[in-house]
Design a protein around this ligand. Structure first.
Ligand code: KIV
Ligand code: ZN
Length: 520
């Protein structure tokens, strides 16, 4: 967290979460009502101020979700989306029936492009629909939000008129969405400043920002809107949403937190819940975030480069602007790999209980570097194996293999030479060629691995390209990675499997040798 003292009382920015509406309506992210309920509970625990649960007029599932959530969550404001149509407004009011803190969120496009091609409505007709709909919604609930869809491409004089009409009819929140992710930070900041300064009644309502990420500017634009006076941000967990998504909640919240002195604004979010909530959503919709995603990606607090690791070991502030624990990660991660230096390897070995002389460290570091040529990440158990006797024993080697996938079951035969140089043959069947191959290898080596992930990709270009197989397996509770490369991807897979199995066998033999020595 920033050490710079905050001078003014920070402005409170409301977090309006649209994961369950704008997020859920995007490709690959749909959720059942019960999944939405699970997510809504997590959002409430996270501390969001408003949860947009869906668009009741659009589907039965959204109506059910709104009802389920409103029965359970009594302290968070629950909102549903509605077009400026009487039928939609009534459907929204019904869906919110019994909700402790209901909000109807009305939207209507204001931009010339949308007025002409989508709505086929004149300026006057739009203004009349806004006033009529806000009035109708206020007949059902006290809390009404109006969104001028495509506000950032609307003529400013007309936008001001639409906002004024919504405020006069009783809207308490005015949202100016950048529906197509078109604006820039300077532009949106200016727009908010001018609307808040000039529209009649603007100072009595909350202005809200809702930015899409088509140019990768959603978070920057949302923050600029806050600088321009917005006091509500519409965002979604992991930034899911239409097309390139919405502003990512975790990025907006942590920007306001880490740069608190700069923005002089804060939220009610319990930042410790950010990572668990992000991971829950990833599991619910089956959409993982990329490793380098800010705040919640697996690499967000991982350091591999030697210089960075060295700096981090001296003072974490050298390369981290927030503490991983503050967003719900267990701790920073020193990823040991090709770019890591001696200091990081030594520190990890110390943490594992190995205190080495300089000369011993030289030897281990050389073996570590050699291992990095074979696999991307070196885990703790790899380091332990390096430290054990027999680390350079050869293990099983692949002599030949055949795989056929003719009938309804695939069949693989492998020929290996074992650590004593004897031949071992095994044949097995499986659901596909790789499944059959791994089964044959398990039988030949006596090592039973639980496959966690398996990927094959090409390395190199054109005729020189080779297949690289990477797999992660679980064995007796620990995770191990293996890599194999070959012109043939099935052979690369066999080599990756043997890479892990041989390391495990060495580890097992080393442990046995140690306990025999201890007993003797
Ligand atoms: O992007 C948008 O304009 C919207 C509105 C419905 C608020 O999602
Ligand atoms: Zn949107």
């Amino acid at each position: 967290m920033s050490d710079i003292p905050v001078t003014a009382t920070p402005a409170q920015v409301r977090i309006f979460d649209t994961t369950l509406r704008d997020g859920e309506q995007s490709p690959g992210c749909s959720m059942s009502p019960s999944q939405k309920l699970v997510m809504a509970r997590a959002l409430a625990e996270l501390g969001v101020d408003v949860i947009e649960t869906g668009f009741p007029a659009s589907s039965q599932s959204d109506r059910e979700a709104a009802a389920l959530i409103s029965r359970e969550l009594r302290d968070t404001s629950l909102c549903v989306l509605s077009r400026c149509l009487p039928g939609d407004i009534e459907a929204s009011a019904r869906a919110l029936d019994g909700t402790a803190r209901p909000r109807i969120h009305l939207f209507l496009s204001t931009s010339p492009l949308h007025r002409e091609h989508k709505l086929r409505m004149s300026r006057e007709q739009v203004l009349e629909a806004v006033a009529r709909s806000v009035t109708a919604a206020r007949g059902f609930v006290d809390d009404v939000e109006f969104s001028a869809e495509d506000a950032l491409r609307t003529e400013e004089d007309f936008l001001a008129e639409a906002i004024a009409a919504a405020i006069a009819a009783g809207a308490g929140t005015i949202n100016l969405p950048d529906t197509v992710g078109y604006t820039t930070p300077t532009e949106i900041r200016g727009l908010f400043e001018r609307m808040i300064a000039n529209v009649p009644g603007a100072r009595d309502v909350i202005f809200s920002t809702h930015c899409h990420n088509d140019l990768g500017l959603a978070v920057a634009n949302s923050l600029a809107a806050i600088e321009g006076g917005a006091r509500q941000v519409e965002c979604s967990v992991n930034g899911i949403g239409e097309r390139a998504g919405n502003a990512a909640l975790e990025e907006v919240v942590m920007s306001l937190k880490v740069r608190g002195a700069y923005f002089s604004a804060d939220t009610n979010i319990d930042t410790n819940r950010i990572v668990p909530t992000s991971q829950l959503l990833q599991r619910l919709v089956g959409m993982p975030v990329q490793r380098n995603k800010a705040v919640v990606g697996a690499n967000a607090f991982a350091h591999e480069a030697g210089i960075h690791q060295h700096g981090m070991l001296r003072h974490r502030g050298t390369y981290e602007i927030m503490r991983p624990e503050d967003v719900g990660w267990p701790s920073s991660q020193m990823v040991l790999g090709r770019h890591s230096g001696r200091a990081a390897v030594e520190q990890r070995l110390r943490a594992l209980g190995y205190l080495l002389e300089e000369s011993e460290l030289d030897l281990v570091f050389a073996s570590f570097k050699a291992l990095c040529e074979k696999q991307r990440v070196v885990h703790d158990n790899d380091l332990q194996t390096l430290m054990q006797d027999g680390a350079d024993s050869e293990g099983y080697r692949l002599s030949s293999m055949t795989v056929s996938d003719a009938g309804h079951r695939a069949r693989a035969t492998v020929e290996l030479s074992d650590p004593d140089g004897d031949r071992v043959f095994e044949t097995a069947e499986g659901d596909g060629p790789v499944d059959a191959l791994f089964a044959a290898l398990a039988m030949a080596t006596g090592v039973d691995l639980v496959l966690e992930s398996y990927q094959v990709h090409s390395v190199g270009l054109g005729r020189d390209a080779r297949g690289e197989a990477n797999l992660s397996v679980r064995y007796e509770g620990a995770e191990y990675d293996g890599t194999g490369t070959s012109k043939d991807i099935i052979e690369a897979s066999a080599l990756a499997w043997l890479d892990v199995a041989n390391r495990l066998l060495r580890q097992r033999n080393g442990t046995k040798a140690k306990s025999e020595m201890a007993e003797a």
